[in-house]
Design a protein around this ligand. Structure first.
Ligand code: F6R
Ligand code: ZN
Length: 199
């Protein structure tokens, strides 16, 4: 790592029509095809994918060494839309280093953070502009955009050594799903989810 990157540095969050960072090192894009088996309505998923491999979310990362003591930062942008009745969302993950937390600061849009522990305790918190969310150690987290037409944009900070564990979420999803039914945002049980002792 060049010497100058070890000195304090700043960057700007530009709140233009699309929120963006003025400097970033990595731009991750996840489209529908990367989310196979993650939405509860498989037919709706296939039908939408047949139309187009829609872009669901993007992450702009500021790179730092992935070691304890460092902090990783960036912005996450979940686009609006639904697969069947289920809102566009991130994959969601536990941190591989389970005892690491994360802070989210909502910049734009509206959504929900769906969270759960390995034991199956769950929580859902609303994300609206200027809301800060603390995700404690051990809680898996997924951002869901519940707006009809606006991006959900959050700034995040988490420990450099956290790592990402997508495994168990990929298998059966989160305990709770966020859907639109009768014109309302509803948090419902995921029929595929099993408690730890039944897996
Ligand atoms: C990092 C973190 C966020 C997410 C991002 C995309 O620990 O929680 O930066 O990585 O919102 O979500 P995933 O990684 O679940 O695809
Ligand atoms: Zn995380």
């Amino acid at each position: 790592m060049p010497e100058e990157t070890l000195r304090p540095f700043t960057f700007d969050i530009i709140r233009a029509e699309n929120v963006i960072l003025n400097t970033y090192d990595n731009h991750i894009k996840r489209s529908l095809s990367a989310m196979r088996n993650q939405y509860h309505d498989e037919k709706a998923y296939e039908a939408l994918l047949n139309q187009q491999d829609y872009m669901l979310y993007e992450v702009y990362e500021v790179k730092r060494p992935e070691i304890a003591g460092e902090l990783l930062q960036g912005i996450s942008i979940v686009h609006p839309g639904k697969v069947g009745d289920e809102f566009f969302m991130t994959k969601g993950h536990f941190h591989s280093e389970l005892d690491t937390a994360e802070v989210y600061y909502c910049l734009q849009g509206e959504g929900l953070m769906v969270m759960e522990t390995p034991e199956g305790e769950w929580a859902v918190e609303k994300l609206i502009p200027e809301k800060v969310l603390y995700v404690p150690p051990r809680w898996a987290h997924r951002s869901v955009n519940t707006s009809r037409n606006e991006d959900l944009v959050t700034f995040f900070v988490y420990p450099g050594n956290a790592g990402h564990d997508y495994g168990s979420i990929e298998k059966q999803g989160f305990r709770k799903l966020v859907v639109e039914r009768e014109g309302e945002v509803q948090v419902i049980d995921n029929p595929r989810w099993l408690p730890p002792e039944a897996r």
